[in-house]
Ligand binder design. Structure first.
Ligand SMILES: C[S@@+](CC[C@H](N)C(=O)[O-])C[C@H]1O[C@@H](n2cnc3c(N)ncnc32)[C@H](O)[C@@H]1O
Length: 125
């Protein structure tokens, strides 16, 4: 998947990113960027293969979780592709509120000096 770029140096989260094809395309075009791929456990279990094939596995943290409960905190950019259209307004609002809350924690995190990870449910590689 070709992407113009090269300018992104941030950490991106792909919320419900499936096996990571979108994230891999963005990371390939932006060698200094890092990614977090969030999806349900049975999807994440088999996501590593595509990321390896695309050459970006070492730059992606795999995270399992339910976006109705919470999403990884502390990243720079949050993205979703082909997600919200699947859900009614109430469900969609819940997901968007969880993302907003995760973003807010990043800013609050600037005052947190204990250095602890603010992420949840990271899966070891
Ligand atoms: C239509 S696919 C889109 C996948 C990817 N974003 C893409 O565009 O190829 C929807 C994705 O949402 C994930 N998903 C569904 N419910 C979820 C939930 N509650 N929490 C996290 N991911 C969920 C599915 O496992 C699936 O990967």
């Amino acid at each position: 998947m070709p992407f113009a770029g090269g300018d992104i140096k941030d950490e991106l989260v792909d919320i419900a990113g499936g096996h990571g094809l979108l994230l891999a395309g963005i990371l390939k075009a932006n060698p200094q960027a890092q990614g977090i791929l969030l999806d349900l456990p049975f999807v994440i279990e088999s996501a590593g293969e595509l990321l390896e094939k695309e050459g970006v596995r070492h730059r992606v943290e795999l995270a399992t979780g339910d976006f109705f409960q919470s999403v990884p905190t502390g990243a720079d950019t949050y993205m979703m592709k082909h997600i919200i259209h699947d859900w009614d307004d109430e469900s969609s609002s819940k997901v968007l509120r969880n993302i907003h809350s995760a973003m807010k924690r990043k800013w609050q995190g600037f005052n947190n000096r204990n250095g602890r990870s603010r992420r949840q449910r990271a899966v070891p590689s």
